[in-house]
Design a protein around this ligand. Structure first.
Ligand code: AMP
Length: 115
């Protein structure tokens, strides 16, 4: 059994987080190192390591995460101005926590292409 990730520890309430939303399938909390005025990390409670682990059986779960992010963007007041949803998958994309997560970031203007 591999060691628990930091996000699994947050799900299991072993370490604290600034939780902004929780239900039986997912958890959303403020990033500890925010890259924008709004920076929320949204994770499934199911332990998927990255996008690479997603299968058809997770289609409803992933759709649910996007509905939650849609609602969070509205609550944060960034829905109309715009925001970015980012998921880093693997070392080339700088993924540091091996538990699937989406960064919901907004509240400032972003550049494109991303670095
Ligand atoms: P990534 O680099 O895509 O794997 O993103 C991991 C994110 O998790 C980074 O933005 C970190 O700042 C964030 N993070 C790591 N530990 C915590 C924590 N204990 N609470 C909140 N966010 C965290």
């Amino acid at each position: 059994m591999s060691e628990k990730t930091i996000f699994k520890k947050i799900i299991d309430k072993e370490i604290p987080a600034d939780v902004v939303y929780e239900d039986d399938r997912c958890l959303a909390f403020r990033d500890i190192a925010p890259q924008a005025p709004t920076h929320i990390v949204v994770i499934p409670k199911k332990e998927l390591r990255s996008t690479n682990d997603i299968t058809e059986e997770d289609a409803s779960l992933i759709g649910h995460l996007f509905c939650v992010m849609n609602e969070l963007a509205r609550k944060e007041g960034i829905a109309d101005a715009g925001y970015r949803i980012v998921t880093n998958c693997g070392p080339d994309a700088c993924q540091t926590v091996p538990h699937l997560h989406y960064h919901l970031i907004g509240g400032r203007k972003f550049g494109w292409p991303p670095g």
